[in-house]
Design a protein around this ligand. Sequence first.
Ligand code: NDP
Length: 449
Amino acid sequence: MTVVLNPATEEAIAEVQSATVEDADRAIEAARRAFPAWRAVAPSDRARLLRRLAALVEEHGEELARLETRNVGKPIQDSRGEVAMVAEVFYFYAGAVDKHHGETIPVAGGVDLTFREPLGIVGLIVPWNFPIAIASWKLGPALACGNTVVLKPAELTPLTAMRLAELALDAGLPEGVLNVVPGSGSVVGQRLVEHADVAKIGFTGSTEVGRSVMAGAAGTIKRVTLELGGKSANIVFADADLEAAAAAAPFAVFGNAGQDCCARSRILVERAAYDRFLELLVQATAEVRVGDPEDDATQMGPLISADQREKVTSYADGTVVFRGNAPADRGFWFPCTLVEATNEDPVAREEVFGPVGALIPFDDEDDAVRIANDTPYGLSGSIWTGGAARALRVARAVETGVLSVNSNTSVRVSTPFGGFKQSGFGRELGMHALEGYSEVKNVYIATGG
Ligand code: NDP
């Protein structure tokens, strides 16, 4: 039995039976039995079922958002936004069911055509930082392509995924199509990775566990999509609108209390603008409202766990230029923290996954690109500049999968999301995600007499 805590209060909010290997096997068997009928559902009916699920998520939006906030400690306004995105994801993939199709290719002596076939049973392993949102990014394309699914939520945050499985049944998805198995990574996660009947693993989490998922998947040549860690750069040039860049920067590091794979936790600032930017950034960071996640005005809540707080604490030394306030009573709180660093310091090299931003000065454009790329990761990042040509030049040169110019946003329902380098591979969201949940089958038909 796992006791699920509210990280803002350390109170137990639920007890969840931890699944065993046998439970995982039962879910895989249910998905196996449901697959033939699910893949055969007419595209318009599969789309209708996904639309119904989206509508139910919208109807239960406030309930799901409250549940997510209590389980993850994230501000209620963030949870509302994430749950709204979940509905949008299911609407998007409902619309994509009949727009992801094969082609005909000119060949000699006959006709050649391709089909997009589902993979079969897909195992989805998701983390605790955006539990229901990341689950939906994988469920949407997996179900739209005609796969059946076994989803393993993080042990710390199983509640919204479990509720989503109930809503899926209410929406009319047949039994066995979407199975949620709460349990630990080393038991349920590993079983999904190793089970011969599971065709693919969609994984989001740490690079370390991603590496072991990839190695484990080799045993059965499973397909894998890996969305792993990041150490993204927020590059601020002296010709940028410094007020706008500084006003936005805190939320790119302290959003979700820094527990975000896209966190722009390396803030690279051109030397000519460094002092002014630092002054503006400290002012903006001091205004971040930290406190009760259930309060509509709150912008940052606690960390997920005592372990996470301990890990984050180890990075918050060095030259601290700002440390904010956080509640001192119960809960896994950690204040917004800004440190000055070099790109060689652990705070700039490792994924802190907490509200700690590292400020690093640079000399010129080449220096900015060199520092931004001097990391094993390559997930996200931002470029702040007034020059359109520079924005494009730097965007082409920075080795990451997702970039924004004069903005710190990374994720949109209709656009591809995923990493370069050790941030993983495969793309989620948009039409691109469908590639990861289907196989291309090529059929040649001889038409000679
Ligand atoms: P993990 O990578 O350990 O967990 C992610 C998911 O993988 C969880 O559901 C976990 O299960 C599962 N898992 C763990 N071990 C295995 C395994 N051997 N086989 C299959 N699945 C497994 O991340 P943590 O949650 O422990 O966080 C640690 C660090 O990872 C963070 O501090 C952060 O740096 C990074 N991280 C990055 C994320 C990202 O989005 N890029 C998301 C989360 C973390 P369970 O936890 O239930 O045991």
